[in-house]
Design a protein around this ligand. Structure first.
Ligand code: 9WO
Length: 258
């Protein structure tokens, strides 16, 4: 089934980043996913189309009002249902959400294919009236421990991660199953022509044509990188016999460097 996204945003034009370029554009043209945009300003009850107001309790900045957001979300859900969605799930992108991980992306992509439509709420200003979140938001998701200017980029990042999991989204050669993190490890380094660049050669093994040796070298490079940069990923994951052997080699090599 086609993956259905509906985004509620006062900056709908930002989503051209997703529909205009690359794999996400190709996948949309191939009918793998569709996006509808809902501007809460269209549901404002005043002639100036404002959807924000000052925070109760004082302080700087503005808060998005519940009513126009709820009306936009309601319209998005109604359209999804009319188009045959089995279910609609409202997600708010915010730094207060549950951190997004690869396993969650896989799970959500499967739900999309099974007919669960996503409604992504993109906040602006200092946030959204909490009562709207309590009333309609089913999941709050964070893409990382930092603040940006609004939820749109986070929504697009989530959509991109989901779209590349849809069957047929990546070319024949590429496969989402080979992505970094599927293995629970960081990706190994990559090289292309020329063989010598700025005095640096491509690792000899990659020119050898010995596929077993190349696979082993890549696995070892992934393990070494993960150990150095993200050691906590290794404590969350079991090692195979081969991986344990490679880790021992890596530890010995590291000792020599110091
Ligand atoms: C803005 C601000 C300005 C002055 C004082 C305090 C402030 N807090 C914020 C703020 O957190 N704004 C957010 C902007 C409100 C919700 C939407 N915005 C948002 C979402 N920024 N970053 C995200 C986000 C979403 C998912 N994962 C990481 C970040």
């Amino acid at each position: 089934m086609k993956a259905v996204f509906d985004c509620v945003s006062i900056f709908p034009e930002m989503f051209a980043a997703l529909t205009g370029s690359g794999i996400t554009r190709k996948a949309q043209e191939a009918g793998l996913w569709s996006l509808s945009l809902w501007n809460p300003r269209d549901y404002a009850d005043n002639a100036w189309r404002t959807v924000d107001d000052r925070p109760y309790g004082g302080g700087p900045g503005m808060v998005m009002q519940a009513a126009p957001l709820e009306a936009a979300i309601h319209a998005a859900k109604a359209r999804q249902q009319a188009n045959g969605a089995r279910q609609s799930r409202v997600i708010y992108l915010s730094p207060q959400g549950v951190p997004l991980r690869h396993a969650k992306v896989i799970e959500m992509a499967a739900d999309l294919q099974a007919g669960v439509g996503l409604v992504l709420l993109c906040g602006r200003y200092e946030g959204v009236d909490e009562r709207l979140i309590e009333r309609v938001v089913e999941e709050e998701i964070s893409i990382g421990d930092f603040v940006v200017s609004g939820g749109e980029l986070a929504a697009m990042l989530l959509m991109d991660a989901l779209i590349r999991q849809l069957p047929g989204a990546l070319g024949d050669a590429a496969s989402a199953a080979e992505d970094s993190f599927v293995s629970g490890l960081l990706d190994c380094p990559h090289y292309t022509r020329p063989e010598m660049y700025a005095g640096q050669a491509v690792p000899e093994v990659l020119l050898s044509g010995d596929h077993a040796r190349i696979r082993r070298w890549r696995l070892k490079a992934s393990l070494a990188r993960t150990r150095k940069r993200r050691p906590e990923l290794l404590t969350q994951r079991a090692l195979s016999a081969e991986e344990t052997q490679l880790m021992t080699e890596i530890q010995h090599e590291q000792c020599g460097e110091q």
